[in-house]
Design a protein around this ligand. Structure first.
Ligand SMILES: C[S@@+](CC[C@H](N)C(=O)[O-])C[C@H]1O[C@@H](n2cnc3c(N)ncnc32)[C@H](O)[C@@H]1O
Length: 279
Protein backbone atom coordinates (compact mmCIF):
# COMPACT_ATOMS: atom_id res chain seq x y z
CA UNK A 1 0.00 0.00 0.00
CA UNK A 2 1.46 3.39 -0.96
CA UNK A 3 2.37 5.95 1.74
CA UNK A 4 -0.80 8.08 1.93
CA UNK A 5 -3.16 5.10 1.53
CA UNK A 6 -1.30 3.29 4.28
CA UNK A 7 -1.41 6.35 6.57
CA UNK A 8 -5.13 6.75 6.20
CA UNK A 9 -5.80 3.00 6.71
CA UNK A 10 -3.57 2.99 9.78
CA UNK A 11 -5.33 6.09 11.16
CA UNK A 12 -8.72 4.34 10.80
CA UNK A 13 -7.37 1.19 12.47
CA UNK A 14 -6.05 3.03 15.52
CA UNK A 15 -9.12 5.20 15.84
CA UNK A 16 -11.12 1.97 16.01
CA UNK A 17 -8.73 0.29 18.47
CA UNK A 18 -8.83 3.15 21.01
CA UNK A 19 -11.94 1.99 22.90
CA UNK A 20 -10.47 -1.47 23.52
CA UNK A 21 -7.07 -0.07 24.54
CA UNK A 22 -8.80 2.33 26.91
CA UNK A 23 -10.87 -0.47 28.44
CA UNK A 24 -7.89 -2.81 28.86
CA UNK A 25 -5.31 -0.19 29.87
CA UNK A 26 -4.63 -1.62 33.36
CA UNK A 27 -4.20 -5.15 32.08
CA UNK A 28 -2.00 -3.95 29.19
CA UNK A 29 0.15 -1.90 31.54
CA UNK A 30 0.64 -4.77 33.97
CA UNK A 31 1.74 -7.04 31.12
CA UNK A 32 4.01 -4.50 29.48
CA UNK A 33 5.29 -2.10 32.14
CA UNK A 34 8.75 -3.73 32.19
CA UNK A 35 9.24 -2.52 28.60
CA UNK A 36 8.38 1.06 29.58
CA UNK A 37 10.44 0.95 32.76
CA UNK A 38 13.49 -0.07 30.74
CA UNK A 39 12.73 2.70 28.25
CA UNK A 40 12.63 5.23 31.07
CA UNK A 41 15.88 3.94 32.56
CA UNK A 42 17.51 4.39 29.15
CA UNK A 43 16.04 7.88 28.71
CA UNK A 44 16.95 9.12 32.19
CA UNK A 45 14.43 11.99 32.41
CA UNK A 46 15.28 14.75 34.91
CA UNK A 47 13.10 17.14 36.93
CA UNK A 48 12.10 20.18 34.89
CA UNK A 49 12.64 18.60 31.47
CA UNK A 50 10.30 18.60 28.49
CA UNK A 51 9.55 15.04 27.38
CA UNK A 52 7.68 14.19 24.20
CA UNK A 53 5.83 10.91 23.81
CA UNK A 54 5.06 9.89 20.22
CA UNK A 55 2.33 7.41 19.24
CA UNK A 56 1.43 7.46 22.92
CA UNK A 57 -1.82 5.50 22.58
CA UNK A 58 -3.51 5.61 25.98
CA UNK A 59 -0.45 7.36 27.40
CA UNK A 60 0.94 5.15 30.19
CA UNK A 61 4.63 5.22 29.25
CA UNK A 62 4.71 9.01 29.21
CA UNK A 63 2.70 9.21 32.43
CA UNK A 64 5.44 7.22 34.15
CA UNK A 65 7.91 9.92 33.01
CA UNK A 66 5.58 12.75 34.12
CA UNK A 67 6.13 11.79 37.76
CA UNK A 68 9.91 12.04 37.35
CA UNK A 69 10.02 15.40 35.55
CA UNK A 70 7.75 16.86 38.23
CA UNK A 71 5.72 20.06 38.34
CA UNK A 72 8.42 22.13 36.59
CA UNK A 73 8.68 19.62 33.76
CA UNK A 74 6.29 19.10 30.87
CA UNK A 75 5.14 15.94 29.13
CA UNK A 76 3.75 16.40 25.62
CA UNK A 77 1.69 13.28 25.02
CA UNK A 78 0.85 12.83 21.33
CA UNK A 79 -0.77 10.41 18.92
CA UNK A 80 -2.19 10.83 15.45
CA UNK A 81 -5.49 9.14 16.39
CA UNK A 82 -7.82 11.62 18.15
CA UNK A 83 -9.62 8.78 19.98
CA UNK A 84 -6.30 7.69 21.50
CA UNK A 85 -5.46 11.28 22.51
CA UNK A 86 -8.90 11.61 24.14
CA UNK A 87 -8.38 8.33 26.05
CA UNK A 88 -4.95 9.48 27.25
CA UNK A 89 -6.35 12.85 28.30
CA UNK A 90 -9.19 11.29 30.31
CA UNK A 91 -6.67 9.16 32.17
CA UNK A 92 -4.20 11.96 32.92
CA UNK A 93 -7.09 13.99 34.33
CA UNK A 94 -8.34 11.01 36.34
CA UNK A 95 -4.94 10.44 37.95
CA UNK A 96 -4.41 14.16 38.46
CA UNK A 97 -1.32 14.82 36.30
CA UNK A 98 -0.98 18.58 35.98
CA UNK A 99 2.18 18.67 33.83
CA UNK A 100 0.82 16.94 30.71
CA UNK A 101 -0.22 18.54 27.45
CA UNK A 102 -2.15 16.29 25.05
CA UNK A 103 -1.94 16.82 21.31
CA UNK A 104 -2.98 15.14 18.11
CA UNK A 105 0.22 14.86 16.14
CA UNK A 106 1.57 12.72 13.32
CA UNK A 107 5.09 11.66 14.26
CA UNK A 108 6.14 11.96 10.62
CA UNK A 109 5.22 15.69 10.57
CA UNK A 110 5.71 17.15 14.00
CA UNK A 111 4.20 20.49 14.76
CA UNK A 112 7.06 21.38 17.14
CA UNK A 113 10.00 23.78 17.10
CA UNK A 114 13.54 22.61 16.38
CA UNK A 115 15.65 21.91 19.49
CA UNK A 116 12.70 22.20 21.87
CA UNK A 117 12.57 18.77 23.57
CA UNK A 118 14.87 17.05 26.09
CA UNK A 119 13.75 13.47 25.61
CA UNK A 120 11.50 11.42 23.32
CA UNK A 121 9.65 8.21 24.16
CA UNK A 122 8.01 6.04 21.54
CA UNK A 123 6.76 2.58 22.49
CA UNK A 124 5.56 0.33 19.64
CA UNK A 125 5.06 3.20 17.23
CA UNK A 126 7.84 3.71 14.68
CA UNK A 127 7.46 0.28 13.04
CA UNK A 128 3.82 1.09 12.23
CA UNK A 129 4.65 4.34 10.47
CA UNK A 130 4.63 4.65 6.69
CA UNK A 131 8.07 6.26 6.74
CA UNK A 132 9.94 5.57 10.00
CA UNK A 133 13.09 7.26 8.63
CA UNK A 134 11.13 10.49 8.29
CA UNK A 135 9.66 10.15 11.80
CA UNK A 136 13.14 9.53 13.23
CA UNK A 137 14.55 12.54 11.36
CA UNK A 138 11.70 14.63 12.81
CA UNK A 139 12.55 13.23 16.24
CA UNK A 140 16.18 14.34 15.86
CA UNK A 141 15.08 17.77 14.63
CA UNK A 142 12.91 18.54 17.67
CA UNK A 143 15.45 17.21 20.21
CA UNK A 144 17.91 19.63 21.77
CA UNK A 145 21.63 18.89 21.60
CA UNK A 146 22.23 16.28 24.30
CA UNK A 147 18.58 15.15 24.08
CA UNK A 148 17.83 11.43 24.01
CA UNK A 149 15.47 9.06 22.25
CA UNK A 150 14.18 5.88 23.87
CA UNK A 151 12.04 3.62 21.70
CA UNK A 152 10.61 0.14 21.67
CA UNK A 153 9.58 -2.05 18.73
CA UNK A 154 8.76 -5.75 18.53
CA UNK A 155 11.40 -8.41 17.94
CA UNK A 156 11.15 -11.27 15.45
CA UNK A 157 7.80 -12.91 14.63
CA UNK A 158 8.93 -16.34 15.84
CA UNK A 159 9.68 -14.86 19.26
CA UNK A 160 6.31 -13.12 19.45
CA UNK A 161 3.70 -15.87 19.06
CA UNK A 162 1.04 -13.67 20.70
CA UNK A 163 0.99 -11.76 17.37
CA UNK A 164 2.49 -14.21 14.88
CA UNK A 165 0.05 -17.05 15.69
CA UNK A 166 -3.04 -15.08 14.53
CA UNK A 167 -1.08 -13.39 11.70
CA UNK A 168 0.01 -16.79 10.36
CA UNK A 169 -3.50 -18.25 10.67
CA UNK A 170 -4.90 -15.26 8.75
CA UNK A 171 -2.34 -15.64 5.98
CA UNK A 172 -2.96 -19.38 5.71
CA UNK A 173 -6.72 -18.90 5.60
CA UNK A 174 -6.75 -16.04 3.10
CA UNK A 175 -3.76 -17.16 1.03
CA UNK A 176 -2.28 -13.66 1.36
CA UNK A 177 1.42 -13.42 0.54
CA UNK A 178 3.74 -12.66 3.46
CA UNK A 179 4.42 -8.93 3.85
CA UNK A 180 7.74 -7.49 2.75
CA UNK A 181 9.69 -7.43 6.04
CA UNK A 182 10.27 -3.67 5.71
CA UNK A 183 6.65 -2.76 5.00
CA UNK A 184 5.10 -0.96 7.97
CA UNK A 185 3.68 -3.40 10.49
CA UNK A 186 4.28 -5.01 13.82
CA UNK A 187 7.53 -6.74 12.77
CA UNK A 188 8.89 -4.06 10.42
CA UNK A 189 11.74 -3.14 12.79
CA UNK A 190 12.37 -6.59 14.24
CA UNK A 191 15.84 -6.72 12.68
CA UNK A 192 18.27 -5.05 15.13
CA UNK A 193 20.49 -3.98 12.21
CA UNK A 194 17.56 -2.11 10.66
CA UNK A 195 16.88 -0.36 13.97
CA UNK A 196 20.55 0.60 14.26
CA UNK A 197 20.78 1.98 10.75
CA UNK A 198 17.44 3.86 10.91
CA UNK A 199 18.47 5.50 14.19
CA UNK A 200 22.02 6.33 13.00
CA UNK A 201 20.82 7.61 9.61
CA UNK A 202 18.47 10.05 11.40
CA UNK A 203 21.55 11.71 12.95
CA UNK A 204 21.74 9.92 16.30
CA UNK A 205 24.80 8.20 17.71
CA UNK A 206 25.08 4.41 17.92
CA UNK A 207 21.94 3.15 19.72
CA UNK A 208 22.05 0.80 22.70
CA UNK A 209 19.72 -2.11 22.15
CA UNK A 210 18.08 -4.24 24.81
CA UNK A 211 15.56 -7.08 24.58
CA UNK A 212 12.70 -7.13 27.09
CA UNK A 213 10.43 -10.15 27.56
CA UNK A 214 6.69 -9.68 27.74
CA UNK A 215 4.23 -12.34 28.91
CA UNK A 216 0.66 -11.89 27.78
CA UNK A 217 -1.53 -13.85 30.20
CA UNK A 218 -5.16 -14.70 29.49
CA UNK A 219 -7.72 -16.49 31.66
CA UNK A 220 -8.85 -18.59 28.71
CA UNK A 221 -8.88 -18.72 24.92
CA UNK A 222 -11.95 -16.45 24.72
CA UNK A 223 -10.02 -13.65 26.45
CA UNK A 224 -7.11 -14.08 24.05
CA UNK A 225 -9.48 -14.07 21.08
CA UNK A 226 -11.07 -10.82 22.33
CA UNK A 227 -7.56 -9.32 22.51
CA UNK A 228 -6.83 -10.45 18.94
CA UNK A 229 -10.12 -9.23 17.50
CA UNK A 230 -10.46 -5.96 19.45
CA UNK A 231 -6.95 -4.71 20.24
CA UNK A 232 -4.50 -6.19 17.75
CA UNK A 233 -4.36 -3.30 15.24
CA UNK A 234 -4.44 -4.40 11.59
CA UNK A 235 -5.07 -8.06 12.46
CA UNK A 236 -8.16 -7.07 14.46
CA UNK A 237 -9.50 -4.92 11.64
CA UNK A 238 -9.08 -7.69 9.04
CA UNK A 239 -10.82 -10.17 11.32
CA UNK A 240 -13.66 -7.77 12.09
CA UNK A 241 -14.26 -7.19 8.38
CA UNK A 242 -14.39 -10.92 7.51
CA UNK A 243 -17.56 -12.93 7.02
CA UNK A 244 -18.44 -14.80 10.20
CA UNK A 245 -17.65 -18.23 8.72
CA UNK A 246 -14.12 -17.14 7.74
CA UNK A 247 -13.55 -15.55 11.13
CA UNK A 248 -14.66 -18.78 12.84
CA UNK A 249 -12.27 -20.79 10.65
CA UNK A 250 -9.37 -18.52 11.64
CA UNK A 251 -10.46 -18.72 15.27
CA UNK A 252 -10.26 -22.53 15.16
CA UNK A 253 -6.76 -22.39 13.65
CA UNK A 254 -5.60 -19.89 16.31
CA UNK A 255 -7.16 -21.96 19.10
CA UNK A 256 -5.28 -25.05 17.94
CA UNK A 257 -1.96 -23.19 17.74
CA UNK A 258 -2.53 -21.39 21.05
CA UNK A 259 -2.99 -24.74 22.82
CA UNK A 260 0.83 -24.92 22.89
CA UNK A 261 0.77 -22.02 25.34
CA UNK A 262 -1.69 -23.42 27.90
CA UNK A 263 -0.79 -23.02 31.55
CA UNK A 264 -2.57 -24.10 34.73
CA UNK A 265 -4.25 -20.70 34.92
CA UNK A 266 -5.18 -20.22 31.24
CA UNK A 267 -2.88 -19.14 28.43
CA UNK A 268 0.46 -17.36 28.43
CA UNK A 269 1.82 -16.14 25.11
CA UNK A 270 5.36 -14.80 25.22
CA UNK A 271 6.87 -11.92 23.35
CA UNK A 272 10.13 -10.01 23.03
CA UNK A 273 10.30 -6.26 22.63
CA UNK A 274 13.42 -4.61 21.25
CA UNK A 275 14.23 -1.37 23.03
CA UNK A 276 16.73 1.09 21.60
CA UNK A 277 18.09 4.32 23.06
CA UNK A 278 20.37 6.91 21.53
CA UNK A 279 21.45 10.50 21.89
C1 LIG B 1 0.60 -0.36 19.14
S1 LIG B 1 -0.08 1.18 19.61
C2 LIG B 1 1.02 1.64 20.91
C3 LIG B 1 0.44 2.66 21.85
C4 LIG B 1 1.34 3.04 23.04
N1 LIG B 1 2.56 3.65 22.59
C5 LIG B 1 1.64 1.84 23.88
O1 LIG B 1 2.75 1.33 23.81
O2 LIG B 1 0.77 1.39 24.64
C6 LIG B 1 0.43 2.19 18.28
C7 LIG B 1 0.03 3.65 18.38
O3 LIG B 1 0.71 4.37 17.35
C8 LIG B 1 -0.12 5.39 16.86
N2 LIG B 1 0.43 5.79 15.55
C9 LIG B 1 0.59 5.04 14.46
N3 LIG B 1 1.15 5.75 13.46
C10 LIG B 1 1.35 7.01 13.96
C11 LIG B 1 1.90 8.20 13.41
N4 LIG B 1 2.35 8.27 12.17
N5 LIG B 1 1.97 9.29 14.23
C12 LIG B 1 1.50 9.25 15.49
N6 LIG B 1 0.95 8.15 16.04
C13 LIG B 1 0.88 7.04 15.29
C14 LIG B 1 -1.49 4.73 16.85
O4 LIG B 1 -2.53 5.65 16.81
C15 LIG B 1 -1.45 3.91 18.15
O5 LIG B 1 -1.97 4.66 19.22
Amino acid sequence: MAGEDYRSASYQIWQAMAAGWDRERSWMWEASRAVSEKMLEALGPQPGQTILELAAGTGETGFAAAGVIGPDGRLISTDFAPEMVAAAQRESQRIGLANVEHREMDAERMDLEDDSIDGVLCRWGYMLMADPARALAETRRVLRGGGRLSLSVWGAAERNPWASVPATALMEHTGAAPANPQDPGIFAMADPDRVRSLVRDAGFGEPRLEEVEVHWRFDDFDSYWRFVTELAGGIAMVLQAMPETDREAVRTMVEQAAANFRTDGGLELPGVALNAAAG
